[in-house]
Ligand binder design. Structure first.
Ligand code: C2E
Ligand code: MG
Ligand code: MG
Length: 645
């Protein structure tokens, strides 16, 4: 009998191509990829041995007994291994969570080893197949053993996929199920129906090609700009090494000073070319490290035990010192490094990522430092900021943001005529968290929009529940973040909330801090809309930033709040501009608030200088709503004899 080998040849070409392509590109060295590479190799061997066995068995007289026996034995060893390996592949891919179902899982391997022993002892028993001068015939347990192995390992693979169906992406799930169905069907057809058609290998090869294209392409783990492994690959790699392998590594993080600004100046085209060159340099010239690109111009190098971190940093510096020329433009970014030793106890890739990102952000801004070792203080800061972020998200989700009020003293009428709303989070573990710890985090991930809305609603509720006029309060000041001001719908949102609580807009005054982020045109529109409804605006933190100030002062602010740092420098004797500032703003008819008055002497002097309003711990710290009402009742009643409900 001559076997039909057209399918085998097609499968050989298909798998040969994928095998070469897969091994030419360095794939991420994680178990899943190693098993897939083994699968491709096993499939390749399966086809080769099947072709050889088929040729030998087609011409039994020419090739004799042992050629037939050994080639068929090799084929069956490979084909059982293929199904077994695929099951192992599913097992790793689905996270090996079937412990409950299959106990310690040792018995999964029993059928495989049993089948392999049957193969190896076949020359003695002839159970699986027989070969003689007439060629190949199936043995006494062929029809039981072969389908049993296929069905068992396909079934276990399906069980793994089913058990982890919610955790694995749909694309992976479909490819795995496809493999199981196609490979099982091909095996059953070959065993029971078309016994001289070699269908198993074409079925498995085709399914492996689908797996390759949908989830095993090494390109999925690479960053396209830099050609080094990407961030997700880093999570997979470190997840496996740190969790399963319990390895400890040293890490070097690399960033470029003022990367954002460089991108704005030179454009993304040029900066991407630079990143590409840098990535290729890391791959080709920096030894004993595994480089990853974390986005935003930040790289992570995972060092192996032979790597010398000082030498690596030197090598990178040397490379950067040369500068780069693209389209006639010279770019010379300055590299900055952070180093994390194996003493830092990290549990997975996400933790490494958080630590590295946090430290890189810090060092990027640090003009004086190019290299920074991650120490316990930094880790403690990071852990605190992670906890704060969780507390922030929880508070915003639960509508549990708390508004404190700091009274503002009106030196013209000699009473407290307004207050600033200052946000706080109360956390069971961290206590009262001040805004300095979470406003920038909220700005980074956009939570500030929901946070700002909650502050506004809470202030409006406060105003609607109390008689502001009777308390002697003209308005409450609400801080607006520049990120909120970028939202074109903000004016409408504020007006709608005020309407909902039946609050007159003149009871609201908004504080805006001058920063480079502010778009003057958008801000002007926002201010016009709210001023039209009766609200006022204060320019906050005057003296802390000057990037946009000349333009900002042309906007319709009616109050300037002089930052406490300016006030303190005057009283410390370091700076004498304060009186001149106050008279300058007074001439321009701005109302003036001085922040940070902590002593009687300070508030007296500020009054004498001509500050209309004074805010500071001398009068009161920011306090919860209830205490604020008590405070106002006591202070304003005793002066103005105002009666409260
Ligand atoms: P800010 O708007 O400049 O608020 C004044 C800050 O100075 C408050 O800090 C206040 O407690 C503090 N302060 C006032 N007088 C004194 C004093 O005499 N001595 C000292 N040592 N400090 C004084 P706080 O409450 O920690 O707020 C910090 C910043 O957080 C605020 O600065 C503001 O920029 C921001 N912030 C607070 N609440 C909000 C909010 O609801 N939305 C937004 N976007 N930002 C907010
Ligand atoms: Mg303020
Ligand atoms: Mg301020």
């Amino acid at each position: 009998m001559v076997w039909d080998m057209q399918y085998e040849i097609t499968a050989l070409i298909l798998i040969g191509l994928f095998f070469v392509f897969y091994n030419l590109q360095k794939s991420l060295p994680i178990r899943k990829n190693i098993i897939f590479s083994d699968l491709l190799l096993m499939q390749f061997l399966c086809i080769i041995t099947d072709i050889i066995a088929a040729v030998f068995s087609s011409y039994p007289k020419t090739f004799g007994y042992w050629h037939q026996e050994l080639s068929n034995m090799s084929y069956f060893l490979c084909v059982f291994s293929l199904y077994y390996l695929f099951m192992q592949y599913c097992r790793y891919l689905t996270g090996d969570r079937l412990k409950v179902l299959v106990g310690r899982q040792w018995w999964i391997s029993v059928p495989f080893w049993f089948a392999e022993v049957i193969c190896v002892t076949n020359p003695l028993t002839g159970f699986l197949y027989r070969v003689d001068e007439t060629g190949f015939t199936r043995g006494s347990i062929f029809y039981e053993l072969h389908p049993a192995i296929v069905v068992f390992y396909s079934g276990v693979s399906l069980a793994f996929i089913f058990h982890s169906r919610k955790r694995i992406p749909i694309k992976e799930k479909v490819s795995l199920v496809f493999f199981v169905i196609v490979s099982t069907t091909a095996a059953m057809l070959q065993i029971f129906v078309f016994r001289y058609l070699l269908l198993i290998n074409i079925g498995c090869s085709f399914s492996l090609a689908v797996c390759f294209l949908s989830m095993q392409n090494p390109e999925f783990d690479r960053d396209q700009k830099t050609r080094v492994f990407n961030r997700d690959a880093m999570f997979k790699y470190l997840g496996e090494k740190l969790i399963f392998g319990k390895h400890r590594y040293r890490y070097v993080g690399i960033t470029f000073q003022n990367y954002g600004r460089l991108r704005a100046i030179y454009g993304s085209g040029i900066m991407d070319k630079f990143l590409n060159r840098f990535g290729i340099f890391l791959k080709k010239h920096v030894n004993n490290v595994m480089p990853f690109y974390l986005q935003s111009g930040e790289f992570l190098l995972v060092l192996n035990s032979r790597a010398d971190k000082d030498q690596i940093m030197e090598q990178v510096k040397e490379f950067m010192d040369k500068g780069f020329c693209f389209n006639g433009q010279k770019v010379k970014p300055k590299a900055k490094f952070i180093y994390m030793s194996e003493e830092c106890d990290v549990k997975d890739g996400h933790e490494v990522y958080d630590i590295i990102k946090f430290s890189l952000k810090k060092i990027e801004k640090d003009e004086s430092n190019d290299i920074c070792d991650i120490d316990d203080r930094m880790l403690a800061e990071l852990h605190y900021s992670i906890k704060v972020k969780d507390a922030l998200h929880k508070a915003v989700d639960d509508d549990a943001i708390i508004v404190y009020y700091q009274p503002i003293y009106d030196s013209i009428i000699g009473a407290f005529s307004s207050a600033e709303a200052l946000v706080r989070i109360e956390d069971p573990e961290l206590g009262v968290i001040p805004p300095a710890a979470f406003i920038s985090l909220a700005e980074e991930d956009g939570t500030i929009l929901r946070l700002g809305n909650q502050v506004l609603r809470k202030v409006c509720r406060f105003i609607s529940e109390h008689d502001m006029d009777a308390m002697g309060l003209k308005y409450i000041e609400i801080n607006l973040s520049p990120i909120q001001c970028m939202n074109r719908g903000l004016a409408k949102e504020i007006i709608d909330v005020a309407k909902e609580f039946n609050v007159d807009m003149s009871y609201l005054n908004f504080e805006i801090t001058e920063t480079a982020k502010l778009d003057i045109k958008d801000l002007n529109l926002l201010m016009d809309a709210l001023i039209g409804e009766g609200s006022g605006f204060s320019l906050d933190d005057y003296g802390t930033g000057f990037s946009n100030l000349v333009n900002v002062l042309k906007l319709p602010f009616d109050i300037v709040k002089i930052d406490k740092s300016v006030v303190w420098s005057y009283f410390d004797g370091n700076d004498i501009v304060l009186p001149r500032l106050i008279s300058m703003f007074a001439e321009d008819d701005f109302g003036i608030v001085a922040e940070g008055a902590e002593t009687d002497h300070m508030q007296q002097t500020l009054q004498e200088m001509g500050c209309d309003y004074i805010q500071g711990f001398y009068f009161s710290k920011p306090i919860p709503e209830f205490n604020f009402i008590e405070f106002i009742k006591e202070k304003n009643i005793s002066r103005k004899k105002v009666v409260f409900e």
